[in-house]
Design a protein around this ligand. Structure first.
Ligand code: SAH
Length: 343
């Protein structure tokens, strides 16, 4: 499974081949991925044959499309049974891939399906990169109904907390930027607010975007929605976000999942506005997507409108995230490991 081998060690996989074969394979893996190893016509037949069965470090167990063919969700199954989900979304100007960094998640945010099902294991760097390569290959060989024919944006907003799997996520980012040659400015790491990871990321060489899942603008409310807030309270998360902006010159964004009767009040909007203005942050409002183990409901439309209007009246930059893939459980917070084996 060549994506599980460091790009510089590919020659070790084919010890009887000439060294230049590893360079050719590298091109196929990182520069022009394809779903079909038979397309790798410059490789000898034995190598193509071997790759037919083990090119990807997972099988494609489910492939579902939605939104008139502009959204696709994959459930990949690793040999050890781990389920990895990724979602590809085509828009006229961009094609965004949402990838997973862990199987499950340990952080137990009350409204998130991944958190409701607990933590299974970290993903390896190669398993993270292979999600990107698979989507590139799909776009090249098959394509979506809308959008550019290659991945233009990547968000670490699938299953897992990327900064809880720091070293492997770091190596995945390195490979995506340095081997696949994608712009770090088009990569977004989304975090629940793991302060040590936020500080480390600020010291990395790549200007990736940082999104902070805030959801509440005071510690009492945030403790109940995002339990890790007890360890890394709001003031520390805000300071780490400010540090990121200072070090990287990249505007941080704040994510806010709007939950009926929880965090959709004008009082929260006012406190959020203070934080957002101090950070110069953009706010991304996400109407809650329903999840199986929580009775939480999305905010009602008039409340969403009033919340957003209030932020705008205070000069906060805010967008409402569109909800792609809700009917195939591919929307934010709906991904969860092992769905296929459970149902
Ligand atoms: N662990 C990271 C990344 C994964 S979640 C993080 O917390 O940021 C990606 C985004 O989806 C986060 O902002 C998360 O809070 C949000 N989200 C989780 N569950 C959701 C749900 N049920 N409806 C809408 N958004 C949700």
């Amino acid at each position: 499974m060549p994506y599980l081998t460091a790009p510089s060690d590919l020659a070790q996989l084919f010890p009887s081949e000439e060294p230049y074969r590893a360079k050719q394979l590298y091109q196929w893996l990182y520069r022009k991925p394809t779903l079909n190893p038979a397309m790798m016509t410059d490789l000898p037949p034995e190598m193509r044959e071997a790759l037919t069965s083990n090119l990807w470090p997972f099988e494609v167990e489910v492939e579902q499309t939605a939104d008139q063919g502009s959204t696709i969700k994959w459930l990949f199954r690793a040999p050890d049974g781990a389920a990895i989900e990724a979602v590809l979304m085509g828009y006229p100007e961009r094609t965004t891939l949402c990838i997973s960094s862990q199987v499950g998640c340990a952080l137990a945010c009350s409204f998130c399906a991944t958190g409701q099902f607990g933590f299974e294991r970290h993903l390896q760097a190669g398993e993270i990169v292979a999600q990107v390569a698979y989507a590139q290959a799909f776009l090249r060989d098959v394509g979506l109904s809308v959008g550019p024919d290659h991945v233009t944006n990547i968000v670490f907003m699938g299953m897992g907390e990327p900064l809880a799997n720091y070293d492997r996520v770091r190596e995945a980012i390195r490979r995506i930027v340095e081997e696949m040659e994608m712009s770090p400015r088009r990569l977004t790491v989304s975090t629940v607010g793991l302060v040590p990871g936020m500080l480390r990321l600020a010291d990395e060489p790549w200007p990736v975007n940082l999104a902070v899942s805030l959801h509440a603008a005071d510690d009492e409310l945030r403790n109940s929605l995002v339990p890790i807030n007890r360890r890394y309270p709001l003031a520390d998360v805000e300071a780490a976000a400010a540090n990121y902006f200072d070090r990287k010159g990249r505007r941080v964004s704040i994510e806010w999942t709007l939950i009926d009767n929880a965090n959709d009040t004008i009082g929260q909007a006012d406190k959020l506005a203070e934080i957002a203005l101090r950070l110069g942050a953009h706010v991304n409002v996400i109407p809650l997507n329903a999840t199986p183990l929580s009775s939480d409901q999305p905010s009602r439309k008039p409340h969403i409108r009033a919340f957003v209007r209030r932020l705008r009246s205070l000069d906060v930059n805010v967008t409402i995230r569109d909800t792609r893939g809700a009917e195939i459980d591919a929307a934010c917070g709906q991904l969860r490991a092992g769905r296929a084996s459970i149902s």
